[in-house]
Design a binder for this molecule. Structure first.
Ligand SMILES: C[S@@+](CC[C@H](N)C(=O)[O-])C[C@H]1O[C@@H](n2cnc3c(N)ncnc32)[C@H](O)[C@@H]1O
Length: 488
């Protein structure tokens, strides 16, 4: 196979390619998505790119074919976190039993892989980013592995809730190891021809499964060494041009090249709070409730406003009301909205976002009965935000007030919580005002949470005994108290 020294091409040539030049190649793109929302992402891809996506058994990943002229559109998908182009995939890779043999196999694999098309798409992608003026991550310094954010154990710092390692242990998830040990082989490679810029690279290995005789660091190190030798690239863990991904999930092996240096969920929020949701997850929740033109959509516990802001941008024929009882949260939402408005103004857009922000107590909303079409919110889990104990009062009060303002018969609610027991009990005590339609199980910062799609039934509010406030003592049990203690 021909060895490729990158980047060698003249930038003007690359830009010509990026703007729809001559050669169109077909490749498979992989995307990490919020776990649980793989089908939503597949739906978006079908709608916007017109191709069918394959959902990997490795939760939180999907794959779809594109022609290289669609690369630009792929970067505009709203449900994907990180993107990579697939070099090769093996559904049933036969790992040897001994560590040494397995690692030798991985080393030998490097020179046998069909790199050419994937590297062409990488070049095209780089040219597209240069055109857009992006200079983030990769060559800039403290880059994260691009697949990191959607891995089961990778808690985003601005998200709900626990440190990564604790979460994976608590949840019994397979530990996905990072690639930091791959630094072990950061010696300089031989110099290329004088004047030619040597391509810098790193290998990131994400491994899940307990039947491997090697660690992810060992795989990254040995595979990386072979990649270095094959291409004569230079290993550099921080200032790299190419990030090669080695994803191993039991016997599924996917080798790819990263197309994003930073997750695409970082798009709307400039003023973060303690539990800011990723915009990609917000988008998935919004799609679940299918906003229609002129719908009034409420996020009564908006925090930084991540959900209504994503809605106001992506489903902008509805009107959003964002509220919170915490003045800091309300300020953050206002700042986030203003920031986006300014950014749009700078780009010449004159239309404002269809969103208003209010400070309120959700249990006593200043809103007319039956006037809201959709309620979409991320409730306090009772860990970083609020407490499990308080949820026993908060959740029934919330659901009751939401049922009052939501339109009977057609209204919907999409509610995210990790306090599943408390939530389910509260719903069951709503006297039939809400009906559970569907639950999407998601991973929020390493916590197993539910996104519940509820339908507001036709029952008239205020006519059942359950609409009357029920003090906590009546629903609490010793078991609940035990739960609270265990969590504290
Ligand atoms: C999990 S956070 C929401 C985070 C938000 N989705 C974001 O991306 O930033 C829950 C929010 O509920 C708010 N909250 C708790 N009790 C409330 C109440 N009674 N009325 C209104 N907001 C409340 C908290 O102040 C907090 O901002």
């Amino acid at each position: 196979m021909e060895k490729i020294l990158l980047p060698t091409q003249n930038i003007r040539e690359l830009q010509a390619d990026a703007s729809g030049g001559d050669v169109v190649i077909t490749v498979t793109v992989g995307a990490t998505v919020p776990t649980g929302f793989e089908h939503t992402a597949a739906e978006e891809i079908e709608e916007k790119i017109g191709v069918e996506a394959k959902i990997s058994k490795d939760r939180g990943r999907i794959y779809f074919p594109i022609t290289s002229d669609k690369l630009f559109q792929v970067h505009h998908l709203k449900s994907v976190d990180n993107l990579f182009v697939v070099v090769e995939e093996y559904d049933h890779y036969q790992f040897k039993e001994s560590k040494e043999e397995s690692l030798v196999d991985l080393q030998q694999l490097a020179s046998k892989l069909p790199w050419t098309d994937a590297l062409e798409v990488w070049k095209l992608n780089r040219a597209l980013k240069k055109k857009k003026g992006h200079r983030k991550g990769g060559s800039g310094g403290k880059a994260k592995p691009s697949s990191e954010v959607s891995d089961a154990t990778a808690a985003d710092t601005e998200q709900q809730e626990l440190p990564q390692a604790e979460v994976s242990a608590a949840e019994g998830q397979t530990k996905t190891e990072g690639s930091t040990d791959a630094e072990a082989y950061t010696q300089d490679s031989e110099e290329a021809a004088p004047g030619a810029k040597v391509t810098k690279f790193r290998v990131t290995c994400n491994r899940a499964g307990d039947k491997h005789s090697f660690s992810s660091n060992e795989a990254a190190r040995d595979f990386g060494g072979a990649v270095q030798e094959f291409f004569q690239w230079k290993a550099d863990m921080t200032k790299f041009d190419v990030e090669v991904l080695l994803n191993i999930h039991n016997t599924e092996v996917v080798i790819g090249i990263a197309l994003t240096e930073e997750s695409l969920h970082r798009r709307n929020i400039s003023h973060f709070g303690p539990t800011t949701l990723r915009s990609t997850l917000c988008y998935g929740m919004l799609r679940l409730c299918k906003p229609q033109a002129s719908d009034v959509i409420l996020d009564p516990m908006c925090g930084t406003g991540a959900i209504p802001l994503e809605g106001a941008i992506e489903f902008n024929s509805s009107f959003y009301i964002a509220g919170d009882n915490n003045d800091m949260a309300v300020n953050r939402t206002v700042n986030n909205v203003c920031h986006i408005q300014r950014r749009r103004g700078d780009k010449g857009s004159v239309s404002g976002l269809p969103i208003d922000t209010v400070q309120w107590d959700l249990c006593n909303l200043p809103i007319r009965t039956s006037s809201v079409d959709i309620i979409i919110t991320d409730m306090p889990f009772g860990k970083r935000m609020g407490s499990r104990k308080k949820n026993w009062d908060l959740y029934p009060s919330c659901l009751r007030e939401m049922a009052r303002v939501c339109r009977p018969g057609s209204g919907k609610a999409v509610l995210l919580t990790q306090d599943k027991k408390c939530f389910s009990k509260a719903v069951s005590r709503m006297g039939g005002l809400w009906k559970k339609l569907h639950t999407v199980w998601v991973n929020v910062g390493g916590l197993h949470a539910g996104v519940y799609l509820l339908k507001r039934t036709g029952a008239v509010f205020g006519q059942t005994p359950e609409d009357i406030y029920e003090p906590r003592g009546a629903v609490n049990s010793q078991a609940d108290e035990k739960d609270d203690k265990e969590l504290s």
